[in-house]
Write a protein that binds this ligand. Structure first.
Ligand code: PXL
Length: 266
């Protein structure tokens, strides 16, 4: 019997990020993917590739959850972009309706297409209603600053401090991703399990952010957990996969490249 992984996330219409990246990652890692759509983001090529954002009706999110979870016994889930407080409410209620082995939260805090006020309400709701379910959380530097309350994250020591502070908010495992944001030659991620710090480091592949990297990283952790691996091993595989996916990145007419999960050699 194949292992199953579940994802609740938004569509990114060009296929590079969001639920498209999540499901490609699951497939590449040999896991059967089941997805529930929360919102649709369509970049606007006539307006500097800004984000056009449309939420899915909360009842339709609940219906998808019901269909997916009645069909399969899903117990490992990734949470990606949720988008609005109403969506967060319905996802929180749905998550509370059953037991999970792992909830991997990629805390996608803001989307450029949203008004700042709406984005703040969404951040607060995510923290209050979704964070308590997370067993693993994967903030980037920007998200880690907001969640930890730290003004600056500029060194591996800062990543460690952020991971410890965010662990105190509840998640069993925190992975803070330095990415290209952290100064220096290496892309460093720090895992904290409440006791030990594990540092994952590879040389940076360029200095530009590549679209879909964060989604792919959390999805790969989710897939490896669904296969029964422990969190440290799952993060190691995810790091390797994202590194290879960035090396093989796909360029397009948009001003940013996207990761290619198919390059991963296992
Ligand atoms: O990379 C974050 C992200 C997640 N989910 C959706 C997105 C994006 C970024 O564009 O559109 C749906």
């Amino acid at each position: 019997m194949v292992n199953l992984a579940y994802v609740i996330a938004g569509s990114e219409a060009t296929g590079g990020a969001g639920i498209q990246a999540d499901l490609k990652t699951f497939q590449e890692l040999g896991v059967y993917g089941v997805g529930t759509l929360t919102c649709i983001v369509s970049f606007d090529p006539r307006n500097d590739w800004g984000h056009r954002f449309v939420p899915v009706e909360p009842q339709v999110v609940a219906d998808q959850f019901e269909a997916a979870n009645a069909t399969y016994d899903l117990d490992v889930v990734k949470i990606g972009m949720l988008g609005t407080p109403a969506t967060i409410d319905v996802v929180a209620q749905s998550l509370a309706s059953k037991r999970w082995h792992h909830v991997v939260l990629d805390p996608v805090l803001i989307c450029k297409g949203q008004e700042p006020g709406a984005a703040l309400d969404t951040d607060t709701a995510l923290r209050e209603k979704i964070l308590p379910f997370a067993t693993v959380i994967t903030p980037n530097v920007f998200e880690a600053k907001i969640l930890s309350g730290m003004e600056r994250i500029e060194s591996v020591d800062d990543l460690v401090e952020a991971a410890e502070r965010i662990h105190a908010l509840g998640p069993d495992f925190v992975v803070v991703k330095g990415g290209v944001e952290l100064p220096g030659p290496d892309a460093v991620d720090v895992l904290f399990d409440g006791q030990e710090i594990t540092v994952f480091s590879v040389p940076k592949v360029g200095e530009e952010r590549v679209s879909g990297a964060g989604c792919t990283f959390a999805a790969a952790i989710t897939a490896e957990l669904a296969k029964g691996n422990d969190v440290e091993r799952a993060v190691g595989v995810a790091k390797q996969m994202v590194t290879e996916a960035i090396e093989a990145r796909v360029s397009s007419n948009a001003p940013f490249d996207t990761v290619w999960q198919g390059a991963f050699t296992h």
